[in-house]
Design a protein around this ligand. Structure first.
Ligand SMILES: *Cc1c(COP(=O)(O)O)cnc(C)c1O
Length: 328
């Protein structure tokens, strides 16, 4: 299952789904995303990973032919009370220890029996869980979750789905019948302190812009809002047309790496809504129009994320609508 939620992790839902046409299913978190996939003509199975939340969602699931995660008793009640119509395929989510969504192990059998008996539910319930710490390859929590899942589902028929990207990479005995990678499809690191390239992944997204000004600023002068950067010498400061209004993190401090015409340097001063300022010392004859790379194959998004106290996922998900997407 190719997980394409959150607009394909910010890469563009339809674009990503077309690129991954060979996937056996797509995973989304919102019905509106399932609607977009169907409108784009994609006919693969779609699974609503966070499940539906009101009775009015059921006709939508049927109309769109979308499968749903069932993680709470309230959803079983809605399915039991659903009117006649196409049966809906359900993925029964078990809380094996993450304590976010899912049935506690002692309620799994009852949930399974009630789903199996509900006319609105299609045959072939899939059993799934979600790992809390699979990105830490030595963390015993994953083993404990595997054991809890196995005990809770012992003897129940149906395919099993356990693994997100990190478990795909680090926990081969947790692959079961359906894997559910998201981040790794986009070449984003799914393990803290590592980049996608460490796992042989290539980032799908490059975020780039250009210099729109090159200015000489004197030693001791300060740059940008709140004057947080003081020039240690007479120097050239570049201004690039990108800011938090495009999704670049405002939290990125002076010193965060950027690339100008292929050479790594640093952003300086506060990131503003539409602009950022860049240290051009060490860049040979910088000029207006020079390309600026904020992240991409040569500059892993994880480095910008680390400087900004977040993860690569949040940065790619945060790209805003005014950014022009170019497929290469
Ligand atoms: C988002 C999500 C995934 C994918 O997670 P990654 O870490 O991006 O691989 C898998 N399963 C579920 C239920 C999810 O919500």
């Amino acid at each position: 299952m190719a997980v394409v939620k959150a607009d394909g992790y910010g890469h563009g839902l339809e674009r990503v789904a077309r690129a991954l046409e060979g996937a056996d299913a797509f995973g989304v978190a919102a019905l509106s995303d399932a609607d977009r996939l169907r409108s784009a003509g994609l006919s693969q199975p779609i699974v609503l990973l966070s499940g539906f939340d009101e009775p009015e969602d059921l006709p939508q699931l049927r109309r769109l032919g979308v499968e749903t995660v069932v993680h709470h008793i309230s959803q079983i009640e809605m399915l039991e009370q659903a009117g006649p119509g196409e049966p809906i395929r359900c993925w029964l989510k078990i809380d094996s220890g993450m304590h976010r969504l899912g049935f506690a192990p002692e309620f799994v059998r009852e949930a399974y029996v009630r789903l199996t008996a509900a006319p609105a539910v299609a045959g072939g319930i899939v059993l799934m869980n979600h790992f809390a710490s699979s990105d830490e390859f030595a963390n015993p929590q994953t083993r404990q979750q595997l054991a809890a899942f196995a005990a809770a589902t012992e003897g129940l028929g149906g395919a099993r789905s356990l693994s997100n990207s990190a478990a795909v990479l680090g926990w081969p005995d947790a692959h079961a019948d359906w894997i559910r990678p998201g981040g790794l499809l986009y070449g984003i690191s799914v393990v803290e302190g590592r980049t996608g390239a460490d796992f042989g992944l290539r980032p799908a997204m490059t975020l780039s812009t250009r210099l729109i000004a090159v200015n000489r600023v004197r030693k001791g002068e300060r740059v940008g809002y709140a004057a947080t950067w003081e020039c240690p010498e007479d120097m050239l400061v570049g201004v690039a047309a990108i800011g938090y209004g495009d999704g670049y993190p405002r939290a990125a401090p002076s010193g965060t790496p950027v690339r100008v015409r292929g050479h790594e340097t640093q952003l300086i001063g506060r990131v503003s809504m539409d602009l950022m300022t860049i240290d051009l010392r060490g860049i040979d004859s910088p000029a207006v129009g020079d390309p600026v790379e904020l992240w991409g194959p040569e500059l892993p998004v994880e480095r910008i994320a680390e400087a900004s106290a977040t993860i690569g996922y949040e940065l790619t998900c945060s790209i805003t609508r005014r950014v022009r997407f170019v497929e290469t």
